[in-house]
Design a protein around this ligand. Sequence first.
Ligand SMILES: CCCCCCCC/C=C\CCCCCC(=O)SCCNC(=O)CCNC(=O)[C@H](O)C(C)(C)COP(=O)(O)OP(=O)(O)OC[C@H]1O[C@@H](n2cnc3c(N)ncnc32)[C@H](O)[C@@H]1OP(=O)(O)O
Ligand SMILES: Cc1cc2nc3c(=O)[nH]c(=O)nc-3n(C[C@H](O)[C@H](O)[C@H](O)COP(=O)(O)OP(=O)(O)OC[C@H]3O[C@@H](n4cnc5c(N)ncnc54)[C@H](O)[C@@H]3O)c2cc1C
Length: 697
Amino acid sequence: MWRGGSNTRTCKRRFFSSPTRSRHHRPPYMLHSRGSQHLKAMAEVDHLAAERATARFDVEEMKVAWAGSRHAVHVADRMARLVASDPVFRKDNRTMLSRKELFKDTLRKAAHAWKRIVELRLTEEEADLLRQYVDQPGYVDLHWGMFVPAIKGQGTEEQQHKWLPLAYKFQIIGCYAQTELGHGSNVQGLETTATFDPKTDEFVIHSPTLTSSKWWPGGLGKASTHAVVYARLITEGKDYGIHGFIVQLRSLEDHSPLPGVTLGDIGGKFGSGAYNSMDNGVLRFDHVRIPRDQMLMRLSQVTREGKYVHSNVPKQLLYGTMVYVRQSIVADASKALSRAVCIAVRYSAVRKQFGSQDGGPETQVLNYKTQQSRLFPLLASAYAFRFVGDWLNWLYTDVTQKLEAKDFSTLQEAHACTAGLKAVTTSVTADAIEECRKLCGGHGYLNSSGLPELFAVYVPACTYEGDNVVLLLQLASGKQPVGTMAYMGKVQYLMQCKSAVSSAEDWLNPDAIQEAFEARALRMAVNCAQNISQAASQEEAAGFYERSPDLLEAAVAHIQLIIVTKFIEKVHQEIPGHGVKEQLQALCNVYALYILHKHLGDFLATGCITPRQGALANEQLGKLYAQVRPNAVALVDAFNYTDHYLGSVLGRYDGDVYPALYEEAWKDPLNETVVPEGYHEYLRPLIKQQQLKLSRL
Ligand SMILES: CCCCCCCC/C=C\CCCCCC(=O)SCCNC(=O)CCNC(=O)[C@H](O)C(C)(C)COP(=O)(O)OP(=O)(O)OC[C@H]1O[C@@H](n2cnc3c(N)ncnc32)[C@H](O)[C@@H]1OP(=O)(O)O
Ligand SMILES: Cc1cc2nc3c(=O)[nH]c(=O)nc-3n(C[C@H](O)[C@H](O)[C@H](O)COP(=O)(O)OP(=O)(O)OC[C@H]3O[C@@H](n4cnc5c(N)ncnc54)[C@H](O)[C@@H]3O)c2cc1C
């Protein structure tokens, strides 16, 4: 796997073997080291025990609040341990693998995961969790996450009967081929064609231009045998727009591309390891024929004669798979954010800098108010996203049930909420992972901290499944005030209400928070509407275009209101366990007041609060941070992540960071040899040349 030099000596994780350094030059730590045995003995110490002892709540019960139920804690725990104890699922070396090695490793893990799922007869819930803890993006994510849901959502019952059992048993592997080289956001602009040929009862799938090449679909590059392909349906000479088709791409015998199909991987992506385990692909069709019944026909059909028939359902149901994936991306945001925060909180409790008096211990960096004011809002956001994710999942389930009964009244609300929450939670999480890296100082930049890889894997979430800006603009289409828009019905009150807050403690009142957030969101929306009509007296679209940056901010304000509202509702519920409700209350207040502080300009500009009230909110925020401080480590323990899943020497449960960092360094392929490859070609001649020059002087 790792390359060793031909003319270099091999060093098996030896501590100080450089022939150029004498023992006396070794750092003090090494002089006392007794090698890895010593490291292991040290690892048994819980460096965070004192932190855990200061928690003022029942951590086991907080795990239940985080996971959603006792059953969820139990299943997640079992699956996480199953993965962590299996050597095939090891991931500590993956940033050092070449792209080919990484891809093969992903295939191996996916196959092994499937073997374990079958052997242990895991339920769907258990299997999903097992895959999550394997923690390596791969074709299976798209197979289960988009291919299967697309067939379920857009296929007729007959089509589902035919295709789903094959997919469930992995007799076929599928991906979701929508985006093209020329168009991603603008789905209506896709160019691939599916032209019906009544003579043969087939569709002819074709890529007429370079820009019509499918580009990006995950799992397409190397693994998939089939795809749901989105193409313009043409029949009887008329273009009926974008529809989904099941197309076989590769032979089920030898995996070679079928005639007329050209496909491959689109190339390396951002970061080492990270999303490079995924084979995002390119695909072109040269008049590929598929039977008519491979058009997904639940929403519209083409008859044997070639007549186009549209069922009496909204055409946007074609976008249903995207709504499904967007809601799951919100749940994923809380997972990624909580991982980063868990690493940063634990490490901040271990790391000490400055403040030593009379030779005593230095200050834990977690005690610095600046560290707290950067870190605790992220901790609170992780909890906030978790709860809004649960609510969104409920909303999605509710809409799906209504759709089954041909009730389409909540479709628009589901689209707006999934699009907006996907945009806000992924943007915040991507920024937060980078902030956690900085919160961990220099060591946060090491791959072994887990943060660079987490960041690189996570950032495309701001783009895939809808670019975040494009999605936020979807919220601004001015619909009837229903569901989460209901507060807009209180327009007269909210346009002129004045906050009654007169002390810092008043900001602990959820009604005060709710009113300020509702007034801000509503006033921003109303301002936008007024500005749009002023900007364009003739055309609303022109005003919309002109004012789109303001619309974005109004959309964010609306989504932040939803997140705050759902957190407040959560805290109002009965929550068992000593001190659990109180901690969640504090985190809810941290989240809300932090957003208020960060967007103070909006609150002031719209006149929702006064500058004095803004200052009081900030004062209260400082008090809340002090309240969170003794509970911080226990609050991240409640995420219940194994060291394997965290994949971070800085975030280790036992806090024994330094020996782990030290040992990790020696695993780097560069340290396989004492004298580096290239020494004889490049370093030695250089040094010798300089020595020669000096000797001539
Ligand atoms: C550490 C390891 C962890 C492992 C993690 C692995 C995780 C892997 C997870 C995921 C892998 C990545 C998956 C990514 C897959 C993809 O990216 S698939 C491609 C996704 N593509 C997009 O999202 C494209 C974005 N564009 C759109 O959604 C639409 O084109 C648009 C909504 C922007 C515009 O739609 P369009 O039809 O062109 O025009 P409009 O006029 O704006 O809309 C017409 C009306 O339809 C309503 N509408 C739009 N979308 C929906 C919808 N989804 N549902 C319901 N309704 C919708 C819209 O509001 C308009 O309504 P009105 O006419 O009433 O105003
Ligand atoms: C890792 C990854 C995995 C993916 N997996 C898949 C997959 O499995 N299947 C699949 O089909 N696709 C997949 N995609 C493609 C993805 O869905 C698209 O890249 C995404 O929808 C964004 O579209 P785009 O690339 O066309 O961006 P563009 O629309 O070209 O965006 C470029 C810029 O233009 C701005 N912009 C665009 N339109 C507007 C507008 N109307 N108003 C204002 N600003 C605008 C955007 O904000 C952005 O800043 C994946 C992408 C990535 C990165």
